[in-house]
Design a protein around this ligand. Structure first.
Ligand SMILES: *Cc1c(COP(=O)(O)O)cnc(C)c1O
Length: 462
């Protein structure tokens, strides 16, 4: 077929499938999509010389237009059942929220709220005051400020306290966190000059001391969230760095990353310092994420000395990094779960991390039976022991003993995993040689019961 035989826009618009699209999409969007798809086809014919009949060409344009517009009105975010056993899965939105937190957000989202109004006085208030008292009582800090994420928190701290001045940091702590947070880059963006001291494996207090100059604005410690340096190593303990800062009158800032607010060592998770410990050690400012171990929403929380927090409140950069009402609502509810003193029973991330392996085994047994029944004994299905992960750049070496159900389909498990990923809801399993594994740790309430049916649908589609 030559180009002149391509169907016309009007011809495509007459198709019944396109006509029914016009009930849910504005006509100009439909017409534009048809033009675009005809252009795509024209370009393809020119470049490949492919031959299409007029009918085939029309069919292909209709199918593509329907696909394109459906994606527009359905959006592309899908519910995903996380069966990977990675609790803080960055690609899956990090921390899932509890129902009560989600409901609090929904309630406030649907109407107006007192985001920036003092209802007692009937006057203008500040969005930052809603979270301040709860953060202070949980962390023991003097003052707090919440911004868009922890990257923004670090940027704001450096820009406020160290623009055009020097920041001293250990070479062993120049971290890169997934999604392109890198200490040297954030330092450059903030306008601060980075002064690296020590070596990759060893940094001493004397390295900091020798690097101090009249231009030094602060001493920075960065938590090596997603890696560990082991072997012949030396780090400067936070308390010693604070001592040096005190002697020299320089603020000490700790980028903590995870923002753990409870001691998880009773559950075998050690070596992640809590925010409270950093404050107790005398650090001037601590920055951390709202959606890692804290288990709330994407946010960056800065806590510490009041005069430093006040300086940041006066930095105009804050206007560009500010949080919206939904984040404040969600954080308020998530932090509220800590007030009872037993957040591990109410924050989903903490529930998943502190689950008793015996309980996981029972769930895996139950799921295994349900899957066997649903698949009518056609495949090799069995309970397996697993090592789950914290994820989200926290506890990189920690393995969480868990349980899962392994399904060996007898063909390429990657193909089965693809089918599962493209169902609604999507199911994301682990893949190993010859099999997929459903880890039960990261399944949320009600999801265990959905898994057998999803597996059957995926198998049927093959
Ligand atoms: C995760 C992390 C960040 C980035 O935090 P976001 O909330 O993802 O912006 C920065 N520093 C450290 C040490 C981290 O672990």
């Amino acid at each position: 077929m030559g180009l002149k035989d391509l169907p016309s826009v009007d011809e495509v618009l007459k198709d019944a499938r396109i006509q029914s699209l016009e009930e849910v999409c504005a006509r100009n969007l439909v017409v534009q999509a048809v033009r675009d798809e005809l252009d795509v086809l024209r370009a393809e014919i020119l470049s490949t010389g492919n031959r299409w009949t007029r009918e085939e060409a029309r069919e292909r344009v209709v199918v593509e237009v329907v696909r394109r517009l459906k994606a527009l009105y359905n959006g592309s975010l899908r519910k995903v059942i996380n069966a990977t056993g990675v609790v803080l899965h960055t690609n899956l939105g990090r921390a899932p929220l509890s129902l009560e937190t989600a409901e609090h957000i929904a309630r406030l989202a649907q109407g107006y709220c007192n985001l920036e109004m003092d209802l007692e006085e009937g006057k203008r208030g500040s969005r930052y005051q809603h979270l301040e008292s709860i953060i202070l009582s949980l962390t023991g800090a003097e003052a707090a400020l919440v911004v868009n994420n922890n990257a923004a928190a670090v940027l704001l701290v450096l820009n406020t306290l160290a623009r055009e001045r020097e920041v001293i940091v250990s070479r062993g702590q120049l971290v890169e966190i997934g999604g392109s947070f890198r200490i040297p880059e954030i330092m450059a963006l903030s306008g601060a000059k980075m002064v690296e001291v020590g070596t990759t494996n060893k940094t001493y207090l004397s390295d900091f001391e020798q690097a101090v100059s009249p231009d030094t604005a602060l001493l920075l410690a960065v938590h090596t969230s997603n890696y560990r340096i082991v072997g012949f190593t030396q780090e400067v303990p936070l308390r010693e760095l604070v001592g040096l800062g005190c002697r020299l009158g320089l603020p000490v800032v700790q980028d903590l990353g995870s923002g753990c607010l409870i001691d998880l060592s009773p559950w075998g998770l050690t070596a992640e310092p809590t925010v409270q410990e950093c404050i107790k050690d005398g650090v001037d400012l601590v920055t951390f994420s709202g959606d890692k171990l804290l288990g709330g929403l994407q946010a960056g929380i800065i806590v510490g000395k009041k005069h430093l927090i006040d300086a940041m409140k006066h930095n105009h950069l804050l206007r560009a990094l500010r949080v919206d009402k939904l984040t404040i609502a969600g954080l308020e509810a998530a932090l509220g779960c800590y007030i009872t003193g037993e957040p591990q029973n109410r924050i989903p991330v903490l529930q998943m991390l502190t689950q008793d392996p015996a309980g996981l085994e029972i769930t895996a047994d139950r799921l295994c039976h349900a899957i066997r029944e649903e698949l009518q004994g056609q495949f090799d299905v069995r309970v397996v022991e697993l090592n789950d992960k914290v994820g989200g750049g926290a506890y990189p070496l920690q393995e969480l003993p868990g349980y899962g159900v392994e399904i060996a389909p007898g063909f390429d498990p990657g193909q089965l995993a693809y089918r599962l990923r493209t169902l609604e809801p999507a199911l994301l399993p682990r893949i190993k040689e010859g099999a997929i594994i459903i880890s039960v740790r990261t399944l949320q309430a009600g999801e265990v019961d959905l898994v057998p049916g999803l597996l059957r649908r995926a198998m049927e589609a093959l």
